[in-house]
Design a protein around this ligand. Structure first.
Ligand code: NAP
Length: 315
C-alpha cells in the first residue's frame, strides 16, 4: 500500500514529490514514459526564480528529479494507464503493476497542440515555440508569426509585441474566435498585423526558422513568407484521458477543483496545468505541487488519526 502516488513529473509532480518525500512519506512517482513535462521541450528558462543566468528546461527537470530522489521519492518512468478512484484504497495501474494508494496527486499537465506540419518538430526550440512567456525574449527586433485565432493567440501576439519588431497573426478564418476585448486590443496594436484565411503548411529553415510556406484557402495559392519565429497558439489539451469517468472534469477536459488542490474524490489532489489553464507557468505549477503534497500529508495524518486502534489480531 502506497501512502502517496504522484502521477506526472513536470514541475508540479516533482515538487509534490519533494515535499512528500521530505515529509517521510516515500512517494511513488509515475513519471510517464517521457518524464519532465513541457519543460523538456523548451531551451532556456529565464523566468524560474533562482537561476539568474537562466537554465535549460531539461536541466531544471533533472535537478528537480534528483532533489526528489535525494529525499526518498521512488520514480518510475512509466505511464499510469488506468485508475479506479471509486474504491478505497485508490487504485492506479501501469502496464505491468496495480498499485493501491491512500492518496494520489494528479499532475499530468497539459500538452500544447501542434500543427503537425513538416519542419515544425525539427525547429522546435530554434524558432518554433508554443510559449511566448518562455521564449519571446529570444526574438528581440525580429519578425514573429503567431498561428491561431483564439484568446491564447491574441495574448501571445500582444505579449510578443514587447520584443518583436512586427508580429503577424496567421489565422485560418476571416474572423477571430478570441473574446472581443482581446481581439480589439490586438487590432489596435500597430505592431500586429493579420493574414486571414490562411494556413501554415511548412516551417522553413535548417538551423533556425527563416520563413513559412503559407496557403491561402480562398484561392488555394501557395507562397513563402519570411519570418524569424513561429509561435503556435492553437490551444492546449489537458492530459486527463486516464481520469475520464473517475474525476470531475470541465468542458475542456481540465480537472475541476474548487480550491486548486482538491478534486471530486477524497484523497485525490491535483496540481499544475492539468487543472490550471490560466497561468500555465513552471513556477505556478511547482507552487501548486507543494500545496497538493501538504494537503495530502494532512489528509493522511487525519486518516491515521481516525483509524481504529490496533488490536492483538492486527499485530
Ligand atoms: P481556442 O479558443 O480553442 O482557440 C484555438 C484557435 O486555434 C482557434 O482560432 C482555432 O481556429 C485555431 N486552430 C485550432 N487548430 C488549428 C489548426 N490545426 N490550424 C490552425 N489553426 C487552428 O484555444 P485558446 O485560444 O488556447 O483558448 C482556450 C480557452 O482558454 C478559451 O476558453 C479561452 O477563452 C481561454 N483563454 C483565455 C485567456 C484570457 O482570458 N486571457 C487567455 C488564453 C485562453 P478556429 O477559430 O478556426 O477554430
Amino acid at each position: 500500500m502506497e501512502r502517496i502516488i504522484v502521477i506526472g513529473s513536470g514541475p508540479a509532480g516533482l515538487t509534490a514529490a519533494i515535499y512528500a518525500a521530505r515529509a517521510n512519506l516515500r512517494p511513488l512517482v509515475l513519471a510517464g514514459g517521457l518524464y519532465g513535462g513541457q519543460l523538456m521541450l523548451t531551451t532556456d528558462v529565464e523566468n524560474y526564480p533562482g537561476f539568474p543566468e537562466g537554465i535549460l528546461g531539461p536541466d531544471l527537470m533533472t535537478k528537480l528529479r534528483e532533489q526528489a530522489e535525494r529525499f526518498g521519492a521512488r520514480i518510475l518512468d512509466v505511464d499510469a494507464v488506468s485508475v479506479d478512484f471509486t474504491r478505497s484504497p485508490l487504485v492506479v495501474r501501469t502496464e505491468e503493476v496495480e498499485h493501491d494508494a491512500k492518496s494520489v496527486i494528479v499532475a499530468t499537465g497539459a500538452s500544447a497542440r501542434w500543427l503537425g506540419i513538416p519542419g515544425e518538430e525539427k525547429l522546435r526550440g530554434r524558432g518554433v515555440s508554443s510559449c511566448a512567456t518562455c521564449d519571446g525574449a529570444f526574438f528581440k527586433e525580429r519578425h514573429i508569426v503567431v498561428v491561431g485565432g483564439g484568446d491564447s493567440a491574441m495574448e501571445e501576439a500582444l505579449f510578443l509585441t514587447r520584443f518583436g519588431r512586427r508580429v503577424t497573426v496567421v489565422h485560418r478564418r476571416e474572423s477571430l474566435r478570441a473574446s472581443k476585448i482581446m481581439a480589439e486590443r490586438a487590432h489596435a496594436n500597430p505592431k500586429v498585423d493579420f493574414i486571414w484565411n490562411t494556413v501554415v503548411e511548412r516551417v522553413l529553415g535548417d538551423e533556425h526558422v527563416t520563413g513559412l510556406r503559407l496557403r491561402n484557402l480562398r484561392d488555394d495559392s501557395l507562397y513563402d513568407f519570411d519570418c524569424d519565429a513561429l509561435f503556435v497558439a492553437i490551444g492546449h489539451t489537458p492530459n486527463t484521458a486516464v481520469f475520464r469517468g473517475q474525476l470531475d472534469l470541465d468542458d475542456l477536459g481540465y480537472v475541476r477543483s474548487p480550491d486548486g488542490v482538491s478534486t471530486s474524490v477524497e484523497g485525490v489532489f491535483v496540481a499544475g496545468d492539468v487543472y490550471d489553464h490560466r497561468y500555465r507557468q513552471a513556477i505556478t505549477a511547482a507552487g501548486s505541487g507543494c500545496k497538493a503534497a501538504m494537503d495530502a500529508e494532512k489528509y493522511l495524518e487525519a486518516l491515521e488519526f481516525a483509524a481504529p486502534p490496533l488490536t492483538a489480531a492486527d499485530l
